[in-house]
Every structure is written in C-alpha cells, then in structure tokens.
Design a protein around this ligand. Sequence first.
Ligand code: NI
Length: 175
Amino acid sequence: MAILKVARMGHPVLRAKARALDRAEIGSPRVQQLIDDMIETMFEYRGVGLAAPQVHEGLRLFVASLDEEGASGADGEPVAVLNPEIVAAGSEAIEDWEGCLSIPDIRGRVARPRTVRVRALGRKGERIELDAKDFPARVIQHEYDHLDGVLFLDRMKSFQSLTFLDEHARYWTKD
Ligand code: NI
C-alpha cells in the first residue's frame, strides 16, 4: 500500500478524458494495487472520493465512501467503481458545497441532480449498480466528472460562493 501523489488543478491529467479499463486488466496486480493505493490515499487526505486521473492515471476508475444513507449497493466499505455509466439522473437539482483534493482548501456550491443511477464494474470485474441520492449521489457525479476532465468549478453557475476552507468553516458551516 502506498499513499499516492495527488495532481493539483493545472496538471493536464485532470483535463484529459480517461480511457476505459479492459476487462482483462481489471484483475491485474497493477490495477488492484492502484485501487488499494487510491483508497489509502483518499483516507490519508480525508477525501470522500478519489478518481484515477487525480493520481495521474488516465483510467475510468474512482473510489468513494458512500456509506451515508442514500446509496444502495454500498455496504460501508469504500467502493471501487470502474468504467461507470450514469444511466439515469433525477430532474430535481440541489445545490450544496463541494471540495476536491485537486483544488485544495477551496469550497464552492454546485447544483447537481439529487439522484443518480450508475452502472459500472466493481473491483473484481463484477457488474454493479448504484442508486444514490443526496450526498452520495453528489460524490458519484463529482468523481465521474473527473473521468471526463471536468472539475467542480466548471459546474458552478456562479463563483459567488467560492470560499477558502478557513472562511468556509467560519462563515458558512451553519446552513
Ligand atoms: Ni475532485
């Protein structure tokens, strides 16, 4: 296990479209090790999700902690989501705070669909389906965006809510 270096905004890998994993490579030691390292890295930096491009790997893969209520298919352990497809998103959008390990110490409000359904492969190549709402749905959409080179700033309708972490804690955590 290893803690990986996280790419910060400005690194081109964060703006590239990641490629799908071949079925044959999913079981490889390299990919399995990458998944373990991504989970360790996510925990180390207290993230709730981490996508492969954030650790300089242009693969359609992310890990996420979806253990809050509202994500069926999650069992408390971090999930590895490979080659995800968003197959449905709710029409209701809600706005909430987001941050990103690649954009350190910044928070901003982003409107996203409240519910999302994702089909993907798990870390053993098994088919998985996640039905998520509220916070886990937000995490999934944020991480999915990373696979297409999209950052949460791109999703903000206005930058008025952009705030540094200290100021966020001081002025904006009571809502
Ligand atoms: Ni992010």
